[in-house]
Design a protein around this ligand. Structure first.
Ligand code: HPA
Length: 282
């Protein structure tokens, strides 16, 4: 597959899925590293392996399952991507956001993105959840945008607004859902780096100074594509590790996956609460 994605390639995948799905989903969910098991909760779901969907990028990282799980969850018709691909795997930014494009063409209006992230805020601890209230698109500022290249007008405008990337009402639903389940929900700014190496202490001091609370290697491209397509977005980070500010803490992928197991039960409660509130909307 080339760096660029065409509308035909997106629609080929969307049409294939339409033929296999029991209904049209309205909410898309992307599950990050170590969080994929959430999709196992959906009763009577249809699970389609990514390698059966035309043009769908295949994840190569441990902790990412590689299936699209579709079913009803808390009164909502959801399509859950169990895993994602990242820029560092060798995919282009356009390929990274391919699943979001397909969701958009399937008629999905609301996207919930999750990820595993490192704490940059000094008070955040592994196992915490953080509501993403805004993001720093550092890789985008450096030129790596999923929207680079000819604009596909059928998907969205050339210069999309990003003034409210994370939907205020969905943020409020997440706060309410966390409160009713007595879950501490941190809030903050997520910053996306290309990875795959973790940050140096100097990197992290820089990230803190420019206003980041959590750091990861995903989500921002997907949210950019989702907003380009006019979707409402909710983003939640699972804090998997402390930032290595002092140079004495070593970050490993195993640690990230391990923290996912602590984060999953709370994230499930919040997702349930948000979906229930969405279902209750007139
Ligand atoms: N840095 C970048 N990405 C991450 C981290 C981190 O510390 N933890 C999980 N994803």
């Amino acid at each position: 597959m080339s760096e660029w994605i065409s509308l035909e390639q997106i629609d080929e995948a969307a049409n294939y899925l339409r033929g296999r799905l029991p209904f049209q989903p309205t909410v898309g969910v992307i599950l990050g590293s170590g969080l994929g098991e959430i999709a196992e909760l959906i009763p009577n779901s249809v699970a389609i392996p990514f390698n059966e969907i035309p043009n769908w990028p295949q994840s190569t990282v441990e902790g990412h399952k590689g299936r699209l799980v579709v079913g009803e969850f808390e009164g909502q018709k959801v399509a859950i991507s169990q895993g994602r691909v990242h820029y560092y795997e060798g995919y282009s930014m356009a390929q990274v956001v391919f699943p979001v494009r397909v969701m958009k063409r399937l008629g999905i209006q609301t996207l919930i993105v999750t990820n595993a992230a490192g704490a940059v805020h000094p008070e955040f601890e592994p196992g915490d959840l953080m509501l993403i209230t805004d993001h720093l698109n550092l890789i985008g500022m450096a030129g790596l945008s999923p929207l680079r290249g000819a604009n596909i007008d059928e998907l969205g405008p050339r210069f999309p607004d990003m003034s409210q990337a994370y939907d205020r009402q969905l943020c409020e639903f997440a706060r309410q859902a966390a409160a009713e389940s007595h879950i501490l929900l941190r809030e903050g700014i997520y910053i996306c780096l290309a990875g795959p190496s973790f940050e140096t202490p100097a990197d992290l001091r820089f990230l803190r100074q420019i206003g980041a609370d959590a750091v990861g290697m995903s989500t921002v491209p997907e949210v950019t594509a989702a907003r380009h397509g006019g979707m409402r977005v909710l983003g939640i980070s699972g804090i998997s590790n402390k930032a290595n500010l002092d140079g004495n803490t070593i970050t490993t992928h195993e640690e990230v996956l391990q923290a996912g197991r602590m984060i999953v039960p709370n994230l499930i409660q919040i997702l349930r609460g948000v979906l229930r509130r969405l279902a209750d909307q007139p």
